[in-house]
Design a protein around this ligand. Structure first.
Ligand code: FNR
Length: 347
């Protein structure tokens, strides 16, 4: 028996042991040299080019006898600013698939973003739990396919659409090529992706009143465009380093996007979040919440619904401790002044 995991990264090894190599590689891999994959996690600790660090600036003269991690995203109250990112094919990780993940989201009182490439249907996920659910949408060339998914999301009580804009074509994931990875039957998906994201966004706005977030922004230029098109939020993401290799680590561009958005809409972040301190850093740099991708899949592979719950709870516990030791009793108390990029000190 493998020892009980005590922090989130340990689920990766358990998942590796539980899964056929082809599936583990599919979940774990990134694009090409996997430069960005490594960066996403390491950048929470250092800034590559300057070899400087993100460090916390704790305040100790604060009453931290009660810590409140609750927050809201698009008006939905969640127990902590840690959400579940959309990842494909959960039944490759565990037979209960997205239904188990959704139940864990409900138990942890957080938001699950269901992937377009889910292996359970929207209806199965909706009827299995009352977690707040968003639907991640990839827009297909055949608009009727996308429109039908949006209608089903509306009918099944999904509260927002998360439009993924960084995957008009699939990144080159070499382990999958080597393994001849075959995709399972994807129940919500039958078509080819559209490559006209801007047109698609306008069109999407015309067919639904659900709020639309766009996922995959990494620059101030796109952040400004996104605000102009009237979206309800942005997810700073590089798709877990699975699309364009040598794109930057998300934590390193978060502030650029936050500044460009200027508080007009919420900014979320995913990519490499593995610790409560990572969540805290993202919040201090202006994110409203983070989303977690691979650790959720690893938790699911290792222990099903309970594994996903453990992953979220571990991150919450670590965030709670970080907030206490940094003198931030509530999420609103976490400010830019609670993190420093070390060169700021040198000036
Ligand atoms: C993803 N991601 C993703 N994103 C999306 O919009 N639609 C999808 O179907 C998928 N599928 C998917 C599968 C797998 C196996 C991974 C690892 C990732 C990207 C995902 O939403 C998120 O951006 C990253 O996973 C976040 O990085 P971490 O937490 O995995 O480091």
């Amino acid at each position: 028996m493998a020892p009980e995991p005590v922090y989130v990264k340990e689920f990766e090894e358990l998942a590796r042991q539980a899964l056929p190599k082809m599936y583990y590689d599919y979940f774990a891999g990134g694009a090409e040299d996997q430069y960005t994959l490594k960066e996403n996690m390491e950048a929470f600790q250092k800034i590559q080019y300057l070899i400087l660090a993100y460090q916390l600036r704790p305040r100790v003269l604060v009453d931290v006898s009660r810590i409140d991690m609750a927050t809201t995203v698009l008006g939905f109250r969640i127990s902590a600013p840690i959400m579940i990112a959309p990842t494909a094919y959960h039944q490759l990780a565990h037979p209960e698939g997205e239904v188990a993940t959704a139940r864990a989201a409900a138990a942890c009182n957080t938001i699950m973003v269901l992937s377009t490439m889910a292996t359970c249907t929207l209806e199965e996920v909706a009827s299995s739990c009352n977690a707040v659910r968003f639907l991640q949408l990839s827009v297909f060339k055949r608009r009727d396919v996308s429109a039908q998914l949006v209608k089903r999301a509306e009918r099944n009580g999904f509260k927002a659409i998360v439009l993924t804009v960084d995957a008009p074509l699939l990144g080159r994931r070499e382990a999958d090529i080597r393994n001849k990875m075959v995709s399972p039957k994807v129940k919500n998906f039958e078509g080819v992706l559209s490559t006209k994201v801007v047109d698609d966004l306008q069109w999407l706005r015309s067919i639904t009143n659900l709020p639309i977030l766009i996922k995959g922004v990494l620059t101030r230029e796109d952040a400004i465009k996104a605000v102009e098109t009237g979206v309800s939020g942005i997810v700073v993401s590089n798709h877990g380093a699975r699309q364009l290799d040598y794109s930057p680590a998300t934590i390193s561009v978060l502030e650029e996007v936050v500044q460009a958005v200027g508080g007009k809409i919420p900014v979320l972040l995913d990519g490499g979040v593995r610790r409560g301190t990572d969540v805290f850093k993202a919040l201090a740099l202006g994110a409203q919440a983070v989303l977690v991708g691979r650790p959720v899949v690893y938790g699911l592979a290792a222990m099903g619904e309970n594994g996903v719950k453990s992953v979220i709870e571990m991150l919450k516990n670590e965030l709670e401790l970080t907030m206490a030791l940094s003198g931030c009793p509530s999420i609103g108390d976490i400010t830019r002044s609670h993190v420093m990029i070390e060169h700021e000190r040198l000036h």
